[in-house]
Design a protein around this ligand. Structure first.
Ligand SMILES: Nc1ncnc2c1ncn2[C@@H]1O[C@H](COP(=O)(O)OS(=O)(=O)O)[C@@H](OP(=O)(O)O)[C@H]1O
Length: 339
């Protein structure tokens, strides 16, 4: 029997029972699936071409079997370390701006990590979302090809980031999460694993392409964003988000500088100075898996990879990026010399 994954207050809720049933059903598959040594001392499983740890894989089975989407649901999807925390805050603040004044704002009181402005599928694999306002907002790191079919017609905001910055952010994060008994993952090993696509929800390139291709086919259903554009023109992005989520800013709101307020509220500086993000812990719904919130806010810069990667490492990653994205129409801002 697997241990309960959810934050449910009842020790054996229906969700827990369903989850345990799924785990039992898929145990054989999990045991026999191809595996690689992951970053945290636990194996990653290759499931339908993507690398997932065992707990996330079980969450995916659960999602596939039990989740029921509503046509109004809006999902934020991203590769880990692409700026999910930031977009969660921006989407939540934009959509729910009528509920909170900027002096008693939900985010200022609770912070983006202490509770759930958006519910992570991987963290909370339960189905009872009835208390959520409409439209419901969710976040997921699953690639498009691993989503249940009921989610496909829904609206998605997809956020990606220049791969070398993702790698450096992920490497720092994983070394924070890694057991103290293990030596940190070296940068050489990190680059090698990343290039082989071996990271949670990887490969990076297949993940990005899964949403990019769909965004070309369904541009009104998938808003494809890059971390770099959010950083450079946050107000433009917030306006796009509002329109996409069906709640464009009124002339009066523009006049009152609501867009600028949202941008400020969700800025790296504001988020990282909140007490909850200095001292709080994200439990992902499981008491044993605490991650300090401050690790979700490291430095929030474009191009930090330049402080770490050798020319050879850079060329290796850029070469793969070039090969994988060739002909897709997707590029990572070459004008900045990022690659
Ligand atoms: N408000 C804001 N502005 C700019 N950048 C921000 C912001 N919030 C988070 N970040 C940076 O995003 C990186 C973390 O990515 P994720 O939130 O996707 O991480 S996770 O997948 O949810 O674990 C991580 O990037 P690095 O600093 O490069 O490590 C965070 O610092």
């Amino acid at each position: 029997m697997s241990s309960s994954p959810s934050f449910s207050t009842t020790p054996q809720s229906k969700e827990d029972a369903d989850y345990n049933k799924i785990c039992d059903e898929y145990n054989h598959l999990i045991e026999t699936i191809p595996k690689a040594n992951g970053w945290r001392g636990e194996p990653l499983c290759n499931y339908n071409g993507f690398w997932l740890n065992t707990m996330i894989l079980k969450s995916n089975f659960f999602l596939q079997s039990y989740f029921k989407s509503q046509t109004t649901d809006i999902f934020l999807a991203s590769v880990m370390k692409s700026g999910t925390t930031w977009l969660k805050a921006l989407m939540f603040s934009t959509l729910n701006r009528h509920l909170y004044s900027f002096s008693d704002h939900y985010l200022l009181r609770h912070g983006p990590q202490s509770t759930f402005p958006l519910l992570d599928f991987e963290s909370y694999p339960i189905t009872d979302f009835t208390s959520f306002p409409t439209p419901r907002l969710f976040a997921t790191h699953f690639p498009r090809t691993l989503l249940p079919s009921c989610m496909i017609p829904c609206k998605f905001v997809y956020l990606c980031r220049e791969p070398k910055d993702v790698l450096i952010s992920y490497w720092h994060f994983m070394n924070k999460l890694r057991s103290k008994d293990l030596p940190p993952v070296s940068l050489d090993d990190a680059v090698d694993l990343f290039c082989k696509g071996i990271l949670d929800y990887g490969s990076f390139w297949e993940h990005v392409l899964s949403y990019w291709r769909a965004s070309l086919e369904y541009p009104d259903k998938i808003l494809f964003l890059k971390y770099e554009e959010v950083k450079k023109e946050p107000e433009v992005v917030v306006r796009k988000l509002a329109t996409f989520m069906g709640k464009p800013f009124t002339a009066e709101e523009v006049e009152k500088k609501v867009v600028e307020n949202i941008v400020d509220l969700c800025s790296f500086q504001t988020l990282s100075n909140m007490e909850v993000n200095k001292k709080g812990v994200e439990n992902f719904g499981r008491v044993e898996a605490g991650v300090e919130n401050r690790h979700f806010l490291r430095n929030g810069e474009i191009g930090d990879w330049k402080n770490y990667l050798s020319e050879e490492m850079k060329q290796r990653i850029d070469g793969i990026t070039h090969e994988k994205l060739k002909g897709s129409g997707l590029i990572f801002d070459a004008s900045d010399g990022l690659y």
